[in-house]
Design a protein around this ligand. Sequence first.
Ligand SMILES: C[S@@+](CC[C@H](N)C(=O)[O-])C[C@H]1O[C@@H](n2cnc3c(N)ncnc32)[C@H](O)[C@@H]1O
Length: 497
Amino acid sequence: MTTPHPGLSDADVARVRDALAEAGYTVDGVRDLLGPRASAALDRNETTPGRLAVAGSDEPLALLARLWSLQAPVERRLLERVLPVEPLLSGGILEASADGDTVRAAVDIRPYADDAGDWWVVADLTPGMDGQRAPIPDDHVLGLNAASSTLAQLTVRRPAGRALDLGTGCGVQSLHLARHSERVVATDVNPRALALAALTVRLNGLDVDLRHGSLFEPVAGETFDLIATNPPFVVSPGGHHVYRDGGLPGDEISRRVVVDGARHLSEGGLLQSLANWTHVRGLDWRDRLGSWVEGTGCDAWVIQREVEDPAEYVELWLRDSGEVGDAGYAQRYADWLRWFDEQSVEGIGFGWIALRRTGAADPSVRIEEWPHAVEQPLGPAVGAWFDRVTGLRVSDAALWDARLVQADDVVQEQVGRPGEEDPEHIVLRQRRGLLRAVTAGTAEAGFVGACDGTLPAGVIADALATVLSVDAVKLRAELLPQMRTLVQDGFLELAAR
Ligand SMILES: C[S@@+](CC[C@H](N)C(=O)[O-])C[C@H]1O[C@@H](n2cnc3c(N)ncnc32)[C@H](O)[C@@H]1O
């Protein structure tokens, strides 16, 4: 695989940018051109409906969609009306057929967008289109994918000074970070990724400081207000695909991102990472993750989204790298699975890790499992969670003196047999953010029900003890941890004084 020529001139980049914009080569533009059937097929890596949809059209947008979205050859003489073909050929972005009559994409340029506008992302072509099976090169640069979009939605989008995109790949996280950060530094160990990210950045007219090196080496001694990373976290015995294999044993890459990353956070700085972690026989995964985050001195929130069985995991990642359907498949599968067995790995957790450096003497650590649907983008809820953790750094006495109010999005559900007067369970459910649902006992539900911000929490607890004919001291002891959790999770809010 060739590295694109780093010297595409600024004038050529500007011509490409203008051509893409003029043709309306945007997410919506391509979707409208292809229509819902072909767009949905493309999301499944199938191009046939799309090729049928644009057949016979020589419109600029149709040519660009054929070239990049559908990865199909395009007549050079037609494309020259739209793009500066010659520099793109010499820059390794396009390649010509033997007779020179047609050109096709050697590198993907894909429209991308958020609520604020459109971008283009430069990456390697999506492998495995139309059911093709071919092993992915070791230095493959991943394009837009489900994980990058998950991270983009999870990231807290508050104004930041310095932001770090660790393992930038095609540069997608940098695009988002540049919207709300004064300075973005992006790193990668793969020079090919940096070359493609550089083109992404230039094509979008942005200024990102791209640096080569492993993990935090390129930013030694520097701190950031925000670190967003989708690191190469796949757990394998010596995997060689740089886009997903960090080259460290087991889940060490995920641990290093957290432990070393925390040292690169400024005061108030936030690190957000996707990660895999192993479930090792005889060890609680929460204790392993706790040992990663507890020494950082940061508030930490770890959410395990799913756990995969080792065999499923091996199948998924062999498919992902196209290492299937050949004679070596069974051997690769067996070697990987045997290695998991040797390491006593019973499962592989996937989830989200967030740390915030606060300088607090008693950092809060929450490690939990939440495999259910969440409201995306979740970024605002992540930011609010850390704010509430800070707000809860008050004594128990101060919390009893505080006035609490139910969050607007919380509803109460009563679950029981039809016709029965008393519910078997009371469920408090959020309609925003993590969309949590918790079962509440009578006292807890009564307490939440009375929190309208008029009376201090302690007065409500004591009144409830009288109503329920229970000991007020005991009730306070029971309600205190529940109240802290309800505030931390956003069911209750501390009313403004
Ligand atoms: C899963 S991709 C993520 C790409 C992109 N940030 C995204 O969100 O889609 C991981 C990236 O980390 C890079 N990488 C692999 N090992 C690395 C290391 N030791 N240090 C820094 N980056 C590394 C890979 O080249 C790849 O671009």
